[in-house]
Ligand binder design. Structure first.
Ligand code: CO
Length: 206
């Protein structure tokens, strides 16, 4: 099938519904976007940023990749951060991981996954740094979930150490970086309490 008719049908229905509740919604949105948040999350289809935090189109700027990794050499992710911080002047960057992340699981097993292993390498680095703490856990699910949390914490540090975020803080821009984790099993978000609000609190990259 070349045309995914069901998706176009659903799109019309959705647009109608939005217009019913706010006739000017799309017109207003077409004139500007001024989101306060940048979401850096996993590509997993079960972790849709807008729905989880109940935000409408226009309210959250989003970058998603496998296992919500922020690599200092990833031009795609860095460009998103730069545009969000320097042009949109967002106030909060949220790195959100999730328990049971397939990317983290794949990084922890010894199988070969092809091209993606190059990407998962970044998560193996997180494991190497924290292997003692992770290996002390008996159960494999607990190990994976601990790694999902540690990965978020490491990626928060990576965001804080980008030249973009450091320069914003040096210039006095109001900007917080948060680390959250989401549970697919119950739909609940948890704050990992690693919020950084200025250059003096920046965690070191391990
Ligand atoms: Co994931």
């Amino acid at each position: 099938m070349r045309v995914l008719k069901n998706l176009f049908d659903q799109n019309r229905e959705w647009a109608e519904k939005v217009k019913e509740s706010d006739p000017d919604f799309f017109l207003k949105l077409s004139k500007q976007q001024s989101p306060e948040y940048l979401w850096i999350g996993c590509s997993d289809s079960r972790v849709p940023s807008n729905q989880i935090v109940g935000l409408l189109p226009g309210e959250i700027f989003v970058h998603r990749n496998i296992a919500n990794v922020v690599v200092p050499s990833d031009l795609n992710c860095l460009s998103v951060i730069q545009y969000a911080v320097e042009v949109l002047k967002i106030k909060h960057i949220i790195v959100c991981g999730h328990y049971g992340c397939g990317g983290v699981k794949a990084a922890m097993d010894n199988d070969e996954h092809g091209l993606i292993d190059n990407w998962l390498h970044h998560i193996r680095d997180v494991y190497r740094t924290h292997s003692e703490e992770v290996d002390a856990l008996q159960d494999n699910t607990l190990k994976i979930n601990k790694m999902c949390e540690l990965n978020v914490i490491e990626q928060v540090a990576n965001v804080c150490n980008t030249t973009i975020v450091r320069s914003a803080w040096k210039a006095g821009q109001e900007l917080s970086v948060h680390g959250w984790i989401y549970s697919i099993e119950n739909g609940i978000l948890q704050d990992l309490n690693v919020c950084v609000t200025g250059i003096e609190d920046v965690p070191e990259n391990k």
